[in-house]
Write a new protein. Structure first.
Length: 132
């Protein structure tokens, strides 16, 4: 099982981003080294939708350049499901082109539910996400 470690402060920023963006989906990228996140890049969802996201392509390019400049790699893409569970939708699976961890923050319950997945060739597998 793939694993990702997120420092508590970055984890809180990611969840806060999801909460502040609700009822629309939010998205972003987590970068770091090994399996430990070192930086959060909060993105802009150009879909501006409650059920879909697309990271602004220009912003994504700038984030990718910054990640390389910092000597890091993309460890995860995150997004929220304001009205649904923390589980990939069929659209999420069909658009999972990156070999990375996908983190989903479900906001349908009382407390945010944060889960991580890998998605390869249409197969969804749970990954471990740990706030440290």
């Amino acid at each position: 099982m793939r694993q990702i470690e997120i420092p508590a402060g970055i984890y809180d920023m990611m969840v806060g981003h999801a909460l502040s963006g609700s009822p629309l989906e939010v998205c972003g990228i987590l970068a770091g080294r090994g399996d430990r996140v070192e930086h959060i890049h909060q993105g802009r969802n150009v879909d501006a939708s409650a059920v879909s996201y697309e990271l602004d392509p220009r912003q994504q390019l700038e984030i990718e350049k910054q990640i390389r400049k910092d000597g890091r790699k993309m460890l995860a893409i995150y997004h929220s499901h304001p009205g649904g569970p923390a589980y990939p939708s069929p659209k999420d699976v069909s658009l999972a082109f990156w070999d990375t961890v996908y983190i989903i923050i479900g906001l349908a319950g009382g407390e945010p539910d944060v889960r991580a997945f890998t998605m390869e060739d249409g197969v969804v597998s749970e990954a471990a996400v740990r706030a440290v």
